[in-house]
Design a protein around this ligand. Structure first.
Ligand code: MLT
Length: 222
């Protein structure tokens, strides 16, 4: 089988077009799950992942929902109004993909850090609420509340960084506060960082704050 045919068959076996890049040095156990924003793809966040955690392996899927041709991780009815049924279905599907990928590529889910941006951060929050077992830590850039769970899960072993932009036209401050409160109530070790001069876009200052946060995570729960 050619390399391209091999990649196509792995993508169909795992259910998502994706990219996997093994860790550059061993025995580093950390794998980053990169989740792009609306209109992005599996290549988009790779430079960011490399910058944030150079030694980690990378798993980067492409969202399967198309909105006017733009990939997303779940359907929305309008900006900021989510199709909750689809969100839950897609969250289960993504959790399945991550579990299967950990077997195929032989990485440990206890060391999986999700880095999500915008729509990707929203599905990462949904994963934390529905399938906390597949993520150990999460960086959520420009995230909204995906839904309010009936029963708040126990996230006391999770480390979560929420990165917001003070002038974000898509994510109102109330959303950020509610999301922070939700993870706090779930017992997570959660940090909220509000960038004073940012909107929905990311800036270099924020990236260096996240690098510090990542490098200070407890060694047994990255
Ligand atoms: C979403 O739909 O997940 C949020 O509105 C962010 C976005 O993708 O624009």
């Amino acid at each position: 089988m050619t390399k391209d045919a091999e990649k196509r068959s792995l993508s169909s076996e795992l259910g998502f077009i994706h990219k996997f890049i093994p860790a550059s040095t061993r025995p580093d156990q950390v794998t980053l799950l990169l989740l792009h924003g609306t209109g992005g793809n599996e290549q988009d966040l790779i430079p960011l992942g490399r910058e944030l955690y150079p030694r980690a392996a990378i798993l980067s899927p492409r969202g399967k929902v198309l909105e006017s041709g733009m990939p997303r991780f779940f359907r929305r009815l309008a900006e900021g109004v989510f199709d909750l049924e689809d969100l839950k279905f897609r969250t289960n599907e993504l959790a399945d993909f991550v579990r299967k990928a950990s077997k195929v590529y032989k990485f440990d889910l206890r060391y999986l850090i999700s880095i999500g941006y915008s729509n990707g951060a929203n599905i990462a929050s949904s994963l934390l609420l529905i399938h906390p077992e597949v993520i150990s830590s999460a960086v959520l850039f420009r995230a909204m509340v995906p839904f309010i769970p009936e029963k708040v899960p126990n996230l006391s072993a999770k480390n979560i960084f929420i990165g917001a932009g003070q002038y974000d036209p898509i994510v109102p401050p109330k959303q950020t506060e509610t999301l922070f409160g939700l993870f706090e109530k779930a017992g997570a070790n959660v940090v909220l960082n509000i960038q004073e001069n940012s909107g929905h876009e990311l800036g270099y200052d924020e990236i260096s704050v996240v690098k510090d946060w990542l490098s200070n995570l407890p060694k047994n729960s990255p």
